[in-house]
Structures are given as structure tokens and as C-alpha cells.
Ligand binder design. Structure first.
Ligand code: GRF
Length: 200
């Protein structure tokens, strides 16, 4: 039986589209739900247009009570009974309690070569540091922010004169290749990291 994958997002959902498109044919998983923390997240419409069930829990009424927001999120997720949860640009920090409920079944993509540049503004920070390369990481989600066992990394060059936007676009293209490759492996029960380009 195909694994059921729920995708959580806050934004436009280009990673969600890459993941959803990849789950066809002999892929061991299928999308069961795309969920956002706002009705306005552009990714919800894109998912609905692809025929995927969508839902959202607006975090704003829960301000100051993250646990209550997560209880609502968890309850809605459970309706779809996912085997795997993919965070794809989901911009809410998750508490230890929520993470524990999904530990070993929840993965995230982060736009840096972790452990470098956890948190926000990763591209500007990489440029400021004068890094020669940048990239993205898919990792299992553990209670610490942007931490957890690494399931894959894709590297891209930093080019002379790059702005943070230039670098973000180059990294985003790498995200669209990396995340589906990692999900395919992870859904098959294989947690060996994916390296892009492949290590020698
Ligand atoms: C990606 O860069 C992801 O790594 C970051 O948020 C962005 C989401 O983009 N956490 P999209 O919504 O998938 O287009």
C-alpha cells in the first residue's frame, strides 16, 4: 500500500508542487493532504488545482497558545491519516510536543547546508560570510530548530555578484530536485542521505 503523505506549507508551495508531481507511477507514496496555517497560502490553490485535498488551521486566533494551535493542526492532520508529514516552507515553529507526535515520520527542507545557517535569512548570511557554495538540506524533524538527522543535501555554487535573491532562486531549483529524491527514499524506508551532486 502506498504511503500517505501530508504536506504542510505557508507560502507559494513550489516545493509542494515538486513533491506532489513526483508521487506517481512506482513511487512508494501518494499525497493525501496539503495543509497550511493560513487560508491565503498560495500553495493551497495550487494543490486543489492538482486534485489534492486541502485544509488549513489559521494560527492567528491561537496567538499566545501554540499548543492549542498544534492540537487543532494535529486533529486535522489525523483525519487524513498520513504516514509521513513533509514540511515545505511551513513557517511556524513547532513545539516539542507536536514534534514528538510525528518524530521519525516528519521531514523538513531548509535552504542552507545545515548545520550552517539555521533559522531565517540563510542566503544573505551565506553571502555575508563569503561562502563559495550554498545549498539546501532535508532532515528529520526533531525538537531543536532546523536540526535532526540529515536525509539529503544539494549544493550549488555562489557566483560573483550574487544577490540574496539570485542565490535563493538557484537554491530553490535545487530544493525541487532534492526534496522529491529524499521523499522517494524515505517513503521506501531508506534513510541513507541523498547527496547532490553525488559524492565521489
Ligand atoms: C523554501 O526555500 C524552503 O526551503 C523554505 O521556504 C521556501 C518555501 O518555498 N523553508 P515554496 O513555498 O516551496 O515555494
Amino acid at each position: 500500500m502506498a504511503k500517505r503523505v501530508a504536506i504542510l506549507l505557508s507560502g507559494g508551495g513550489s516545493n509542494m508542487v515538486a513533491l506532489a508531481r513526483s508521487m506517481e507511477g512506482d513511487h512508494p507514496a501518494r499525497p493525501c493532504l496539503v495543509m497550511a496555517n493560513s487560508a491565503q497560502a498560495g500553495g493551497l490553490k495550487r494543490a486543489a488545482d492538482m486534485g489534492i485535498e486541502t485544509d488549513f488551521v489559521d494560527h492567528r486566533p491561537f496567538e499566545g497558545d501554540r499548543a492549542a494551535f498544534e492540537d487543532a493542526l494535529h486533529a486535522r492532520l489525523m483525519r487524513a491519516a498520513p504516514d509521513i508529514v513533509c514540511l515545505a516552507g511551513f513557517m511556524r515553529v513547532l513545539t516539542e510536543g507536536f514534534v514528538a507526535r510525528w518524530q521519525g515520520r516528519m521531514i523538513n527542507i531548509h535552504p542552507s547546508l545545515l548545520p550552517k545557517y539555521r533559522g531565517l535569512n540563510t542566503h544573505a548570511r551565506a553571502l555575508e560570510a563569503g561562502d563559495g557554495e550554498a545549498g539546501c538540506t532535508v532532515h528529520e524533524v526533531t525538537p531543536a530548530l532546523d536540526d535532526g538527522p540529515i536525509l539529503g543535501q544539494a549544493r550549488v555554487p555562489v557566483l560573483q555578484g550574487d544577490t540574496p535573491q539570485d542565490l535563493a532562486a538557484r537554491v530553490l531549483a535545487a530544493e525541487h530536485a532534492l526534496y522529491p529524491a529524499v521523499l522517494r527514499r524515505f517513503a521506501a524506508g531508506d534513510r541513507r542521505p541523498v547527496w547532490m551532486p553525488e559524492a565521489d
